[in-house]
Design a binder for this molecule. Structure first.
Ligand code: ZN
Length: 443
């Protein structure tokens, strides 16, 4: 046994949502090898013992929708509509990115993820090779989508389409890296930034190569209405006609789905990523999580990027999801704490195709584990550990984050990432590169 956590409260998130007070959890070769109320047998002799008194151990959180490099744009353009925000602020800055900027922004975001207890992310961006390099170095898990768009008047010759050539290259280099720690997903930015030749080409590629799919779906009323006016179908319906959901797909937002959309997406096995903070901040609307669950969809949680959130704290997302559902329905009994904890762990793993490897504390699963400090004043007393995790805790209470048994964050330190180096790279290269000649940039 490599590591033993002793005397911690174990929030397993297993099928019976078992909580083990004063429990013991052992790790061997990156996997959970022991779980119980008494110490393992003498002959197990762990190399390292970590005292978990006053701590909660739980599966690492899974952030199913983000754009890691966009932390570079945090706080740059707040309080605008999605349309203005994207077209007037975000897209022009993104046009100035390069691999080096993207890698720096991604490493910054990964630090934030690890610090807040996130062990796996589904990311959607460009420069995916640079994102993958940062992920590889850090030790976090990631499903990386190469986000594609196609302008309305643009002809598509897929074999010569530069993003498609990049995707093929990235898939060859990174798909399955480090025993599947990195996975490459096919990815469409959205129905409103592309047209059907791209939907069909990417779907065909995903089907033939066994990739999963990521996309934004029905984020705003405008997207929904324009799509209906143009195609006579909702975004979910029109993309389905072009085979986008013929592979396991993860659809971010799903704010304006119709009941028929939900039935269709459930039938296709599509996972929805609920991003309540981003949806509230951009006033996109309030997704009907309960209806999606009732329709049979797998519903997960995501922060979206730091440019529309403006952090990657999935604890904040859990609480907001609960509050939004209660506020929307006028019923305080809906979407209780255990439900959102499942969304942030088990359901997230399922959306990533990782349900056999993580999302629970269970013998045989990867040791993707976080330790939350329950000795802090705002987490006392503890009548119900699941309630405290959702309603009282924040990402800042995470003391340790581990992926496959390797500590990637503990007490303010990141063993795989040189934070000072990132700070320097941001100040000397990435930020000037993206913002230098912008008169509104005040540094
Ligand atoms: Zn997004």
């Amino acid at each position: 046994m490599d590591t033993l956590f002793a005397h911690a409260t174990l929030v397993t998130m297993d099928e019976s949502l078992r909580v083990i007070p004063d429990g013991f959890l052992g790790i061997t070769d990156g996997k959970i090898s022991y779980l119980g109320t008494v110490p393992p047998l003498e002959n197990e002799k762990p190399k390292t013992i970590i005292d978990g008194s006053g701590m909660v151990l739980m599966p690492g959180l899974i952030n199913c929708h983000t754009h890691l490099p966009m932390s570079l744009l945090r706080g740059y353009a707040d309080d605008f509509t999605l349309d203005t925000w994207l077209h007037e602020y975000i897209f022009p800055r993104e046009a100035r990115l390069d691999d080096r900027c993207v890698k720096a922004g991604t490493l910054l975001s990964i630090c934030e993820c690890l610090q807040f207890g996130i062990t796996s992310v589904s990311d959607m961006y460009m420069f995916t090779g640079a994102v993958a390099e940062a992920v590889a170095q850090s030790g976090i898990k990631a499903n990386l989508g190469y986000s594609m768009t196609l302008a309305e008047d643009e002809e598509l010759d897929i074999e010569r389409f530069p993003p498609f050539l990049d995707l093929q290259q990235v898939r060859q280099t990174w798909h399955g890296y480090d025993n599947g720690r990195i996975r490459i997903d096919a990815c469409l930015h959205s129905v409103y930034t592309s047209t059907y030749p791209l939907w069909e080409a990417i779907s065909e590629y995903a089907i033939n190569t066994g990739l999963r799919m990521q996309l934004h779906l029905s984020e705003t009323r405008k997207e929904q209405e324009e799509c209906l006016a143009r195609y006579g179908l909702t975004p979910a319906q029109v993309l389905d006609c072009h085979h986008v959901f013929n592979v396991p797909a993860t659809a971010a937002h799903c704010v304006h789905l119709t009941q028929e959309d939900m039935t269709l997406l459930a039938k296709r096995g599509v996972s929805a990523v609920h991003c309540p903070v981003s949806n509230l901040k951009l006033a996109s609307g309030q997704a009907d999580v309960l209806a999606m669950v009732k329709a049979g969809m797998n519903v997960t949680l995501g922060t979206d990027s730091s440019a529309s959130n403006n952090n990657l704290d999935l604890f904040e997302e859990m609480k907001t999801a609960c509050l939004m559902a209660k506020g929307k329905t006028g019923d305080p009994t809906v979407l209780a704490a255990p439900a959102v904890l499942l969304m942030a762990t088990v359901c997230g793993a399922r959306a990533q195709g990782r349900e056999q490897e993580c999302g629970m504390l269970k013998v045989g699963m990867d040791a993707d584990i976080i330790m939350v400090d329950f000795s802090l004043p705002h987490l006392m007393p503890c009548h119900n550990v699941l309630s405290n995790l959702v309603y009282s805790a924040s990402g800042r209470d995470v003391r340790m984050t581990m992926v496959r048994g390797k500590i990637l964050y503990m007490d303010g330190k990141f063993p795989t990432i040189d934070v000072n180096e990132i700070v320097k790279e941001l100040a000397q290269y990435a930020i000037p590169n993206v913002f230098s000649s912008d008169p509104s940039h005040k540094g």
